[in-house]
Design a protein around this ligand. Structure first.
Ligand code: ADE
Ligand code: ZN
Length: 316
């Protein structure tokens, strides 16, 4: 049995179609525009984000969020996952009209219940939405910096990588870093190496979400290895979003061979027809990784985790 850890998963993107449909019944909302025959429907990244927001819109209270985080973490624990970092976004709280604090407290309550039941450790990474622009990223960072929560240990950014320059987005990350939060950002998923380079220069993360398109620039690959930047790779997501056509085109093994610390993650599992378990299966079956190597990947994730040293030691 290979123990697993995950450091890149979006909480709202982890809601299964069945759970979203159950929430839709609760609030009497028609979700046929985002779910068809029990499957999320979208065709490209822009539509995916709309589908994601449509699902997120059905979690409307602290209790709903407790249910969502507990449900997902219990599933992970069933698949031998011992640690999970979940991207959260206070923008979703704003969108549904609950307070940021209710949103965070609800998620924390679900984490507490899952830990009590299964032992799984979990933390939150607050995120800014890139397509919301610099002001919205700064607002998200200021909220978590000004309202510290013991389970919020990192700050990151998701959303449309094609929009806004890292230089303009950096102020929010400076606020988060000064508050002691670990820093990660999505880059090198929809856009090539320059996006990763600019993110390193201006956002100064210790980890990059995806980062796979760094492979297009050998100097950048060397820089990532030299600076020990950890990549939160999500191969199933990359295939689903057509970043690569086939697993044999995916650079996971080449990045690893170049000395970069790579990890396996599910991103938005039901949207990409995946799970953390499946990502580890992809590692074994598509990339040829042994159980020993997969266990090393779990250890890489835990070493890169935004977690206190005592918990890290227990997990390692
Ligand atoms: N938000 C949710 N999933 C994402 C992804 N794969 N890339 C960027 N932003 C996201
Ligand atoms: Zn992501």
């Amino acid at each position: 049995m290979v123990l697993k850890a995950e450091i890149h998963c979006h909480l709202e993107g982890a809601a299964s179609p069945a759970l979203v449909e159950s929430q839709a019944r609760k609030y009497n909302v028609d979700v046929s525009n985002i779910i068809s025959n029990g499957v999320f429907v979208w065709n490209d990244f822009t539509q995916f984000l709309k589908c994601y927001d449509g699902a997120a819109d059905l979690f409307r209270s602290a209790d709903d969020y407790a249910l969502l985080s507990e449900t997902y973490l219990n599933e992970l624990a069933d698949d031998d996952c011992i640690y999970s970092e979940l991207f959260i976004s206070t923008d979703h709280a704003r969108a549904i009209g609950i307070s940021e604090q209710d949103y965070i407290d609800g998620i924390a309550e679900g984490m507490r219940r899952a830990k009590e039941k299964t032992g799984i450790e979990a933390r939150m990474i607050a995120t800014g939405l890139r397509h919301g622009g610099p002001e919205s990223v700064l607002r998200a960072a200021k909220y978590v910096a000004g309202n510290p929560h013991p389970l919020i240990t990192g700050f990151g950014m998701g959303g449309d990588e094609r929009m806004h320059h890292p230089k303009d987005l950096a102020p929010g990350f400076d606020v988060a870093r000064d508050a002691g939060l670990g820093i990660t950002t999505h880059a090198g998923e929809l856009v090539g190496p320059q996006s990763v380079r600019d993110s390193l220069d201006y956002i100064k993360p210790s980890r990059i979400g995806h980062g796979v398109r760094a492979i297009e620039d050998p100097d950048l690959v060397k820089r990532l290895a030299d600076e020990q930047i950890v990549l939160e790779c999500c191969p199933g997501s990359n295939i689903s979003l057509k970043v690569y056509d086939e697993f044999e085109d995916h650079p996971f093994m080449a990045l690893r061979a170049a000395g970069i610390s790579v990890t396996l993650n599910s991103d938005d599992p039901p949207h990409f027809h995946t799970s953390l378990k499946r990502e580890y299966e992809i590692g074994a079956n598509e990339f040829g990784l042994s159980d020993v190597e997969l266990t090393q990947i779990t250890r890489t994730a835990i070493k890169a985790a935004f977690v206190d040293e005592e918990t890290r030691k227990q997990l390692l």
